[in-house]
Each structure stands twice: as structure tokens, then as C-alpha cells.
Design a protein around this ligand. Structure first.
Ligand SMILES: [Fe+2]
Ligand SMILES: [Fe+2]
Length: 371
């Protein structure tokens, strides 16, 4: 993409910057500003189809008012913006207040979410290949194998070689859906684990939350990178233009986080993050430096190069091994979580690189957002 390329998404994205509360024509004017008292989502996104429309319409009203919902069938769920946005909003209720906090445990919305989760899980099972009958003592080796197999092109390699500043800004907009709540999904595993696995996870999470210093929380460091890139670091500000490929990755970890049944998969998900982080994080930092971003904007990546060398060992040799010693029957779930995140990360990478190869934005075009 050159400086002068113009796409609907880029026009929106470019006008956004820090202008979240601006009244720039075509930005705030399109959005629903009915967030209830105590909401930490100042604005609901616009729907992208019938499923997200049902969720957003419900969230505008009071809990207990969701009646009929559209069928969840014949949907290519991993590629469907509407599906992934609807599921994403259902999960966000458990992290931040979106509108009325009573929606978090609204039985009709939970029923609708469960329908979407079934479709999501079925597709994930179809798309993942892993050992379904693995002995507890073989899980560590199976993870090493899964991680060592190259799954396709690398985003960090693209950035270190030739990524542009516009592409870096887009990339961080995508990543903000997870990084601004980095570590929160995995924290849900803590009460569900025991002894060594629990202690290992707490040790990792303590680093993720900045060793008790809010300014050093990894989510805060990522917000600083967004500021350095001229982006809006406020939570949820770009959800409207995130494509299914991005939302699906966050929905995956949220689904694992919110179901005790998926604690093994949540551990597998975290292990992949910790064991595959160092080289890409180093490359992103190099790319940011080449693009003129100073140390404060690069610190998120530099910190990960340092701490994830240690986290990778804790995750593999204490978290997974500890879980296998107390619940050896969860080995296949650990591999499912690891395999699912690897598959979705590759789909995400493919989406970005394909879009940029075609000289178009990887964010969802504004005309696809229903008004
Ligand atoms: Fe981190
Ligand atoms: Fe880490």
C-alpha cells in the first residue's frame, strides 16, 4: 500500500486516529451511543449481519428482552464477520461492561451464544490436526513438534523485510483486540488448576501484569505502542473494522477461558504463545525501529523478547507438566488448544499478507459494515 492509496477502511481508520470522540462526519455520527451507566464500552459497533444485529439490538435494551434469534447454520464461521462479531460481543460481557451488566448471565443470550459456540467448535475440530489419544508423558514432545512445523508465511518476517508504516498500524489495530486485554483470558484458568500448574501460571501472569506495576502491564505497553503509531489505544475502539480472521482468534481464547471444560485447551493456547514469541517479537521491534518508532513504542516487543525466554520454559516444563501430573486425561485438550491457535494465527497471517499483496487494506471495508 502506498501513502496515497485510498480504501473505505483506510479512510475510516485514517480519520480515526485519536479522534474517537470527534464528531468527524462518517465516524461517530454512524455509531450507537447508548452504552449504559458503568459501561466501559462507550459505543456499540454497527452490526455486520443478522447475528450481530440480534446481539447489538438486545444490548441496546434491558436483559430478559431477547426473543427470537436468527438461525446459526450454513455459515462459514471462521470467515464470517457477522458471526465472529456476534460471538465476540457475547464474550466481551464477561470482560468489560458493554451496556447493562445484567446481560452477562442472561439465559436467552447464553443460549444463543451456546448455539454459536457449537458451530465454532465443530469448525475448529474440522480444521485442526492433533493427536487425540496422547499419553500424558508425550504431551511436551507433541507440543515441540507442533510448534516446530512451519505452518506458512510469517508476518514478522514480512515486517522485518519490507512492511510499511501503514501496514504496521493496521497490524496493531488487529492485535489490539487481544493485546489490550493481554493475559486476562488465561487468568480464568488459575482457579481451575492445582498445585504446580497453578503456581507456574501465576508466575507467568505476574510478569504479564507488570510485576504489580500498572505502568508495566503488557496491555499498557501495547497501548503505548499504539500511541507511538498515532492510534487510539482505548479499549474496543477498532472492533467495528476487525475482520473475522482477527475476531476468531480472540473468540477462541475467550471460549477456552470461559468454560472450565476447556482448561486444558486454554493451557495449550498459552503454551503456544509463550513458546513461539521470542523471534517474532524481536523482528517486530526491529521493524518498528526501521520505521522510526522510538524505544517507548518498541518496549512491548522488547520486554517479550526478554521475559518469554523464561515463560516458554515455565509453560512447557511446569504448567503443562504440572497439569499432566494432576489431570493426565487432558493431554488431547492441550494439543487441541495449541493446534487451534496455530491454525487461526496462520489464517490471520494469510489474510493480512494476501490483502497487502493485492494492495488493499486488511481491515474490514467500511461498506461491509451495515448501517
Ligand atoms: Fe505478554
Ligand atoms: Fe509471556
Amino acid at each position: 500500500m502506498t501513502e496515497h492509496d485510498f480504501t473505505p477502511a483506510r479512510a475510516w481508520f485514517g480519520s480515526r486516529g485519536f479522534a474517537r470522540h470527534d464528531t468527524a462526519e462518517g465516524v461517530v455520527a454512524f455509531r450507537d451511543d447508548t452504552g449504559g451507566a458503568g459501561s466501559s464500552w462507550p459505543l456499540l459497533p454497527w452490526p455486520r449481519g443478522p447475528l450481530s444485529e440480534a446481539v447489538i439490538a438486545a444490548l441496546r435494551g434491558s436483559p430478559g428482552t431477547l426473543s427470537s434469534t436468527p438461525p446459526v447454520e450454513n455459515i462459514d464461521v471462521l470467515a464470517d464477520d457477522d458471526f465472529e462479531l456476534a460471538l465476540y460481543l457475547c464474550y466481551e460481557l464477561h470482560y468489560r461492561g458493554v451496556t447493562d451488566e445484567g446481560w452477562e448471565w442472561d439465559v436467552d443470550l447464553l443460549r444463543f451464544r451456546a448455539e454459536m459456540e457449537r458451530a465454532f467448535l465443530n469448525r475448529l475440530r474440522d480444521e485442526t490436526v492433533y493427536e487425540r489419544h496422547v499419553a500424558a508423558e508425550d504431551v511436551g514432545t507433541a507440543l515441540d513438534t507442533l510448534i516446530s512445523v512451519p505452518s506458512g508465511p510469517s508476518l514478522s518476517a514480512h515486517f522485518v523485510e519490507s512492511g510499511t508504516l501503514d501496514q504496521m498500524r493496521e497490524f496493531c489495530v488487529h492485535r489490539s483486540a487481544y493485546q489490550l486485554k493481554e493475559a486476562d483470558p488465561h487468568t480464568f484458568a488459575i482457579p481451575r488448576l492445582a498445585s504446580e500448574a497453578k503456581a507456574a501460571l501465576v508466575e507467568i501472569q505476574y510478569d504479564e501484569y507488570g510485576l504489580g506495576d500498572a505502568a508495566n502491564m503488557h496491555a499498557t505497553l501495547f497501548a503505548n505502542t499504539m500511541v507511538a503509531l498515532g492510534l487510539d489505544p482505548s479499549y474496543g475502539s477498532y472492533v467495528e473494522i476487525l475482520p473475522a480472521a482477527t475476531l476468531a482468534k480472540v473468540n477462541l481464547v475467550s471460549m477456552f477461558a470461559l468454560h472450565r471444560r476447556w482448561r486444558g485447551a486454554l493451557v495449550g493456547h498459552l503454551v503456544v504463545f509463550e513458546m513461539t514469541s521470542i523471534q517474532p517479537m524481536g523482528r517486530y521491534s526491529q521493524a518498528l525501529e526501521r520505521l522510526g518508532v522510538g524505544p517507548e513504542g518498541r518496549r512491548f516487543y522488547d520486554v517479550h523478547v526478554q521475559v518469554d525466554a523464561r515463560h516458554a520454559v515455565i509453560a512447557r516444563d511446569r504448567l503443562v507438566a504440572g497439569l499432566m501430573s494432576t489431570e493426565p486425561y487432558l493431554g488431547a485438550d492441550v494439543l487441541f488448544g495449541a493446534s487451534a491457535v496455530t491454525m487461526l494465527e496462520q489464517r490471520f497471517t494469510d489474510h493480512l499478507l494476501t490483502s497487502w499483496d493485492q494492495n488493499i487494506s486488511s481491515l474490514s471495508p467500511w461498506e461491509n459494515v451495515r448501517r
